[in-house]
Ligand binder design. Structure first.
Ligand code: AMP
Length: 422
């Protein structure tokens, strides 16, 4: 029997693993500059956390969760997204008690039982942030700015910020009623999901992947006509702040986002290019006023977003934006007899603990296979230890770029590398 990975999962190794860590490093170092601190929650939670946090009417909860009973008959779910678990932890650890504004980021795997296709996996990775406790258009703009700065730092220029407001609760209620009335007569022409959305959350009809191109969706009433004065003012202030930060945006009235908990500002960063990455959403998020309260917590607002890492790497690859990432060795050591092999390992240890990447062949004492290792590892320097070197307490060191080869005393090796390995 041969073993295979589970459908919709992937192994990250060699270049792909390097790309993953590169993206993680760029994102996390930038977000720390914005004052966010890392949170690492468990990969699985009690199922209720996601049913409550994501919404039982969403595709995620209805169709996509990996839910199972543990041996004590508890219902457990592998996390399908980050926000609900972070809210659970924020409340359970009473983080609100020590600060008026809590800024958290996470990076890690999520699980959704979706149909695997290009860029869609059943285990994928997200980077996301959540800011809890404050409601301010300035905070909204700064959250959006942090995603924008990450995108810029990664070198992506052809990006469009799509933004909308779905208003506060009273705006949303009025708008939902208007949509219900509007879609009702024609609802039988929509997909079965939209038919059930009509009663429970008609805003999500606007977001439906199946029906999004229907003229009826395109011509549906617009939220802008149902906003309360406060919601309008709030949104205008967000836009003004983005203007002041010189971040361009497109107001997109049909943008409502898939998850139930959003209120007011919602946004997405979408690629806008000539190649196959055109129209891909890199990052999506928004404000949620009610989520923390719905977990029986204090009445505190939150705002956040998530990036899909696989998609980000795909875009960076397609647009040639990844720096050269390699696992090359600084030095490969060649030992020509058994004693030299032990000396090689000691020298490797010295070099590694001084900060150099160093490799060696553990078994062979012949030149040929050891030179092969140096070639595979694209070593910058090859150090040779043979009988003569051991007698003279010296090393032969070869620069693989210039091909120059010299003999240096053992005590001078670190200094030599310091001066020559740029
Ligand atoms: P969401 O949590 O649905 O708003 O998704 C945020 C981002 O996560 C999306 O823009 C995608 O890039 C990524 N994402 C969501 N689902 C998947 C999946 N099944 N496979 C890969 N990436 C995904």
């Amino acid at each position: 029997m041969s073993y295979q990975k589970v459908k919709g999962t992937q192994d990250l190794f060699e270049q792909l693993a390097l790309k993953y860590r590169y993206v993680e490093q760029v994102m996390t170092s930038m977000i720390k500059k914005f004052g966010y601190r890392e949170i690492i929650t468990p990969i699985f939670e009690n199922t209720d956390v996601f049913v409550r946090g994501v919404g039982d009417d969403t595709d995620i909860v209805k169709k996509e969760m990996y839910t199972f009973k543990d041996k004590s008959d508890r219902s457990i779910t592998l996390r399908p997204e980050g926000t609900a678990a972070v809210v659970r932890s924020f409340l359970e650890n009473k983080m609100y008690a020590s600060s008026n504004l809590t800024k958290l980021f996470y990076f890690g795997p999520m699980f959704r039982y979706e149909r695997p296709q290009a860029g869609r996996f059943r285990q994928f990775n997200q980077f996301g942030i959540e800011a809890f406790g404050d409601s301010s258009p300035l905070l909204d703009a700064d959250v959006i700015n942090s995603a924008y700065q990450i995108i810029k730092r990664l070198g992506i220029n052809n990006i469009t910020l799509k933004i909308n407001t779905i208003g506060d609760f009273s705006s949303r209620e009025k708008y939902a009623l208007a949509l219900k009335k509007y879609f009702q007569p024609e609802i039988s022409n929509f997909c079965s999901d939209c038919q059930s959305r009509l009663e429970r959350n008609p805003l999500r009809i606007l977001d439906c992947k199946v029906d999004q191109d229907q003229p009826l969706v395109k011509n549906a009433p617009k939220i802008a006509d149902y906003l309360t004065i406060e919601a309008k003012e709030y949104f205008n202030k967000v836009l003004e702040t983005l203007d002041s930060l010189k971040i361009r945006y497109e107001i997109t009235p049909t943008l409502v986002r898939g998850l139930d908990y959003y209120t007011d500002t919602v946004f997405e960063f979408v690629i806008n290019s000539q190649d196959e990455t055109n129209n891909l959403t890199l990052c999506g998020g928004g404000k949620y006023s009610d989520l923390i309260k719905s977990f029986n917590g204090p009445d505190l607002p939150g705002i956040g977003y998530a990036f899909g890492i696989e998609r980000l790497i795909y875009v960076l690859d397609t647009q040639n934006l990844l720096p050269s990432l390699d696992l090359n060795a600084d030095v490969v050591i060649i030992g020509l007899d058994d004693k030299a092999k032990t000396a090689s390992l000691q020298l490797a240890n010295l070099l590694r603990t001084n900060g150099y990447t160093c490799e060696l062949d553990y078994k062979n004492t012949n030149m040929k296979p050891q030179f092969k290792v140096a070639e595979n590892k694209k070593a910058r320097f090859i150090i040779i230890i043979g009988e003569e070197e051991q007698q003279n307490n010296s090393y032969t060191i070869k620069n693989t770029f210039t091909k120059a080869q010299i003999s240096i005393p053992q005590s001078g090796i670190i200094k030599y590398l310091e001066e020559n390995l740029l």
